[in-house]
Design a protein around this ligand. Structure first.
Ligand SMILES: [Fe+2]
Length: 334
């Protein structure tokens, strides 16, 4: 039997096997066991230390703030700071502790992406979970104030575990969009509602699993709320399709000399001969694609997937569908 220590803690009291079978990619799961161990993964002091220690290296959008569901502008969070190095001194845009603190006091939310890169405890948690699940894992920290929504109702394009660390948060889960292509928010609110909305309160150590496409909103129910989003930026079938098209089909078509001939001038010769040239070209493209696809065996396909999985997929996978495609295109050209 596989060792799922970390995953088991997240899906307690159920087992990892049941989780994969019943919930993974399918439906949300709520663990209200209030695990002390999970709630102690990270805390507000550690967040403050990261913000101070990394003030110069953290830039937007790795750090973001929202107020009433809207993102704040860079100059509302950052300031120009002096820096000194052996070779001289200069100015650099850095986080402004003063501005951040003020926004937090006024009810803004703070979001820190890839927090596992700045904190050893989160790093080892992400590493263990990644090994157990054989997937890349990324940890985002959310800090919000009472009664304020961090975001308007939306769904995320990837699957996440939410772990409540400090304070309490009220959640509403309402609707589902299957196989979503991108991040959506309430302007295009059109979820398929199978079940009535679910409302619940998360307390320290509680865990929520949401597959991509589940519509949700949340607001702190205590003065402050600190929680983690643990996400899995892994592959969809469209990523394989795009890898094949980008890496093999397009270069192959460019190599087909007959496709480099000019199209006949429309209006010269009969309409029928022009139409037949277009059809001939279409058939040629179709033939090229077919013969290329028929050359792929299972090993080739697996190695294309491996070449994509080798990278930290996080940044390219969590945002919009277009970003995802250009992210893969970028990986393929390297
Ligand atoms: Fe979300």
């Amino acid at each position: 039997m596989k060792n799922y220590t970390t995953l088991s803690a997240l899906v307690s009291p159920g087992s990892a096997e049941v989780f994969f079978h019943t919930y993974w990619n399918k439906k949300f799961f709520l663990n209200q066991q209030g695990s002390k161990e999970l709630s102690e993964l990270f805390n507000y002091q550690k967040l403050a230390i990261i913000l101070n220690a990394q003030a110069y290296s953290l830039q937007m959008p790795d750090i973001r703030m929202t107020m009433d569901g809207q993102h704040l502008e860079p100059d509302e969070i950052m300031e120009s700071g002096n820096y000194f190095v052996v070779t001289g001194k200069g100015k650099k845009v850095k986080i402004s502790p003063y501005k951040v603190k003020n926004h937090l006091k006024n009810g803004a939310s703070l979001i820190l992406n890839d927090a596992h890169e700045y904190d050893l405890g989160l790093q080892s948690f992400a590493h263990t979970l990644s090994r157990e699940m054989k997937l890349p894992v990324s940890v985002t920290v959310f800090h919000s104030s009472k009664g304020k929504e961090t975001f308007k109702p939306h769904f995320d394009p990837i699957d996440v575990f939410v772990i409540q660390l400090e304070g309490e948060k009220d959640w509403v889960i309402d609707g589902y969009t299957a196989n979503p292509t991108m991040h959506r928010d309430e302007k295009d609110f059109s979820p398929r509602k199978k079940a009535p909305a679910k409302k619940f309160r998360m307390r320290p150590g509680d865990v929520l699993y949401m597959p991509s496409g589940v519509w949700h909103s949340a607001a702190a129910a205590s003065d402050n709320s600190l929680s983690l989003n643990v996400s899995f930026p892994y592959m969809r079938k469209i990523d394989l399709a795009y890898a094949i098209i980008g890496k093999y089909l397009i270069p192959n078509l460019l190599n087909d000399e007959t496709l480099r001939e000019y199209m006949p001038l429309p209006g010269l010769g009969s309409d029928r001969s022009y139409a037949s040239k277009l059809r001939e070209t279409k058939n040629r493209i179709q033939g090229d694609i077919k013969s290329l696809l028929s050359e792929f065996d299972d090993t080739d396909l697996a190695s294309i997937m491996d070449s994509l999985n080798l990278f930290d997929m996080n940044r390219g996978m969590t945002s919009s569908f277009d970003n995802r495609i250009s992210f893969i295109a970028d990986k393929l050209t390297k």
